[in-house]
Design a protein around this ligand. Structure first.
Ligand code: FE2
Length: 470
């Protein structure tokens, strides 16, 4: 049962914007500048390390050539900031259709007359220079979510920052798919803390209502809105994401050969696609090995499993006598604080993510790690229920279809979320090691087809709890 909480009126929002002190604006300006620069550093890191041939090549029909991402990032930045906010004319109208993601599916993009790498970089550089000039004059007039169809600058800057960060993750997925000599390096995360081995397998999340979604998070996207109350019965959730070691037991027990654990569609897909292990895994004698950004290595049992599709996650959960959590369960576990009855921005509280909280791609560190951290890491980022690594490490499949919250309003355009609502997409939560803090929140929703596993996707399992007699 859900109920929509009253939203702020337009007048409230305008009053709030007017009341914003110049110091707040300066802080916002600094944050936007820092995140824009951080995003561009990551974009450069991911595109300067390969040669021209690699930039224009399509490494998989599921992905764009890297050079498309590069110019698309600049084109969207130009569209939303220079044109929508700044009121300028299109810089190169003839190329706009090439970089419209809805006009050309990924499989088609290598056939387009795309800007060559040097021109794509120069375009991005030129747009960015003009955007930084615009940022100097920004008033951040829509501190809350804008009610008008006009895009306000506070949200537009946030959307553009997140957009580039999200494409950085997309480009990192392309790097993982890419064949050829390895080009990316990063240190391995440290071992899990000593207490990781004494953690309970699962934690209880108490039943009752909580506030899901947000009406106030300034950079939240339309599908995260509005805040609404959801009553969630008590349940148990895995303390950490499912590990490679646990998943290997599922394989060894014949999990991929037993239709009992699979939905009808899942079993059909498993047979057609000949799934027998997570993507990039292979048998090496009696051991599992895998390829990580071009380097073969033994599978690490204590790391969260990654590159599994929804059907594999769901089958594992059934084999384990459990199920995937619903999206509402996941968010309640991640955000609800029973001590105060309040919903937090992040599992650890309301503070912005720091390095100790989560395995994210921190802007000041570039791409910190290129893999999830061992299960049980990041005790400082634990949720009140005791679950760890809910943000960062791996995207977590939930059992839920991608659907609008009650009171949803498409903004700033239908193609952002609305056209994807429906039973064909499943929701993922949390965010992987490739997600930037600027694009990470307890409310953030990702979605994909249940057959997809090129993304950095893992999961954790749940089981319902019978309420204690009162
Ligand atoms: Fe995009």
């Amino acid at each position: 049962m859900t109920e929509v909480q009253p939203q702020d009126t337009r007048a409230d929002r305008e009053a709030l914007a007017e009341a914003q002190a110049p110091a707040d604006r300066a802080t916002m300006r600094e944050r936007v500048a820092r995140d824009l620069i951080g995003a561009r550093q990551r974009t450069s890191l991911l595109t300067d390390c390969v040669d021209e041939a690699d930039l224009v090549r399509q490494h998989s029909p599921l992905m764009s050539p890297l050079v498309w991402d590069l110019a698309h990032i600049a084109n969207q930045e130009e569209l939303w900031l220079l044109r929508e906010v700044g009121g300028r004319e299109s810089m190169h109208p003839e190329i706009d259709p090439l970089y419209d993601a809805f006009e050309h599916p990924r499989s088609e993009r290598p056939t387009l007359p795309l800007l060559p790498p040097e021109q794509a970089r120069a375009y991005g550089h030129e747009v960015r220079g003009r955007v930084l000039d615009l940022l100097d004059r920004a008033r951040f007039s829509d501190a809350a979510f804008a009610a008008s169809p006009q895009v306000g600058d506070a949200f537009a800057f946030g959307m553009v920052v997140q957009h580039e960060m999200q494409h950085d993750e997309t480009m990192l997925i392309t790097h993982q798919i890419r064949a050829g000599a390895p080009v990316l390096t990063a240190p391995r995360p440290g071992p899990a803390p000593a207490d990781a081995f004494r953690l309970p397998a699962d934690v209880l999340v108490p039943g009752g209502p909580f506030t899901m979604g947000t009406s106030t998070e300034p950079w939240a996207l339309d599908n995260e809105r509005p805040a609404h109350t959801v009553d969630v019965p008590p349940f148990y959730l895995d303390t950490t994401p499912v590990t490679c070691g646990a998943f290997a037991e599922f394989i060894a027990d014949g999990g991929y050969e037993d239709p009992r654990w699979w939905t009808a569609d899942g079993w059909k897909h498993r047979q057609q696609a000949e799934l027998s292990a997570p993507l990039y895994w292979s048998r090496d004698g009696g051991q599992w090995s895998r390829r990580v950004f071009g380097r073969p290595e033994p599978v690490t049992p204590e790391e969260p499993v990654v590159h599994v599709c929804w059907y594999e996650a769901d089958a594992y959960a059934r084999w384990a006598g459990r199920r995937l959590p619903t999206e509402a369960e996941w968010e309640k576990a991640a955000r609800f604080d029973p001590a105060t009855g309040l919903t937090r921005r992040y599992p650890w509280g309301n503070a912005e993510p720091e390095v100790a909280h989560a395995n994210l791609a921190h802007a000041n560190l570039g791409q910190a790690f290129l893999r999830p951290a061992p299960a049980g890491s990041y005790p400082a980022g634990a949720a009140p229920c005791g679950a760890r690594q809910l943000i960062g490490d791996v995207w977590e499949w939930t059992s839920s279809d991608f659907s609008p919250y009650p009171g949803f309003r498409a903004w700033p355009y239908r193609e952002y979320s609305e056209v994807f609502f429906g039973p064909e997409y499943k929701v993922l939560r949390g965010g992987s090691f490739a997600v930037s803090p600027a694009a990470s929140r307890g409310t953030f929703r990702n979605w994909d087809y249940p057959i997809r596993r090129q993304l950095f996707s893992g999961f954790r399992t749940a089981r319902s709890a019978v309420a204690e007699p009162g």
